[in-house]
Design a protein. Structure first.
Lengths: 213, 213
DNA sequence: ACCTGAACACCGTTCAAGT
DNA sequence: ACCTGAACACCGTTCAAGT
């Protein structure tokens, strides 16, 4: 009967959680599928093609919630951004897998479309809507890369503490603003920090949607 | 006499331009330095440590231009963001090298400090200044990752064309907003697109610095 | 159509041994 | 203090051969 593409991608994402991106090899994946490594090349031209498919599958989990008429464009766009962050965080190294990818994959396009829609309906022209949507996507990606780089399974606790100490020593002697803000910089409430950055962009978009005010 | 850390990092960045991140191996780097691969481990505990040093060296090129009193906080923050984009683009796969890194490296801290300074002097509290600065950094990183993924030396022209076609086919049949905005989405004026996204965030920051208006 | 055996040309990393 | 030889335990990928 053999293996199917979708099974391979699903198993690869499963394995990703266990091994991380650096530990995910074609041989290990083949083992998990009870097949030989060479077989994978019948279904995927290269490891990169498989990684692209994984990225697409990751983003496929960004659910389209039925639009409530009561929701503002801002709430709707925010919801997609939050979902996107969740998708990138749903698997270990998810952001890194996605980062090697381009916006031309169907499910990434779908997310772009879902971000553009509320902007368009609120009166944005194609440039404002598309550049705005992609700008939000770039922020989300950058945020999650940093955020998940600090996750406990990505970095040993001892090393994190060492980095923290090193940061504080440098800050104290050379970077007064970082030192003054150390409480905020090490604030572990990533939800609030994400919301904060998102709001900055949404405010900028709002100003362009209502240039009169 | 032997090799020095700085020479190794400099040569590694040089080689990065030739080979790309995937082609940069310890053995090739050793060859370029006319040394054996094992010797590198005397200076760097692992390849990852070397990559961290490369990321730091990349960001070291973000120059501090002497602040002109005439410049607004907005101009100063923008200038650092533009410099940061330039640094990440100065080497092939620069953004990918940097993306594996954390904000605890001295030169990354320096950039954070340079972004925070104008905000603080404009009256921002530590939270607004630090979270704002890092939000801008996340946008810059996400932007350059996408931007340089589309660069001619990162992707063969034939494949880029194929992706474009695939995008348009999908857009036509499934994603009306993307299709309507296709001219803007494929607009190659990345400077303008970068400026656009940056302005969104800066507007958001401006609103928080002058909440009275 | 789909899988395997076997090989090719590499990797990162370690470590005893050299100078 | 710094480098090398030689090895270990892997990689991604190809391809003739099998069913």
């Amino acid at each position: 009967m053999g293996i199917q593409k979708e099974q391979v991608v699903a198993k690869a994402l499963e394995l990703l959680d266990e091994t991380g991106l650096d530990g995910l090899t074609m041989r290990r994946l083949a083992d998990a599928l009870e097949v030989k490594a060479a077989s994978l090349y019948w279904h995927f031209a290269s490891k990169q093609v498989l990684l692209d498919a994984m990225a697409d599958a990751l983003v496929a989990e960004v659910a389209v919630q039925p639009t409530t008429a009561a929701q503002s464009w801002r709430e709707r766009l925010m919801a997609v951004a939050v979902e996107m962050r969740g998708a990138l965080q749903s698997r270990r190294d998810g952001a890194r897998v996605f980062a090697g990818t381009y916006v031309t994959m169907p499910n990434v396009m779908r997310v772009g479309e879902m971000m553009m829609a509320p902007l368009r309906e609120a009166g944005a022209d194609t440039r404002l809507a598309s550049w705005g949507a992609f700008s939000v996507l770039y922020f989300v990606l950058g945020f999650v890369m940093e955020e998940s780089g600090l996750a406990p399974d990505a970095i040993p606790a001892a090393e994190l503490e060492q980095r923290t100490t090193s940061f504080l020593v440098h800050a104290l002697t050379m970077f007064p603003h970082l030192h003054a803000a150390r409480q905020d910089i090490f604030n572990p409430d990533f939800d609030s920090r994400f919301q904060f950055g998102l709001d900055l962009m949404l405010d900028g978009l709002a100003a362009r949607l209502n240039p009169s005010r």
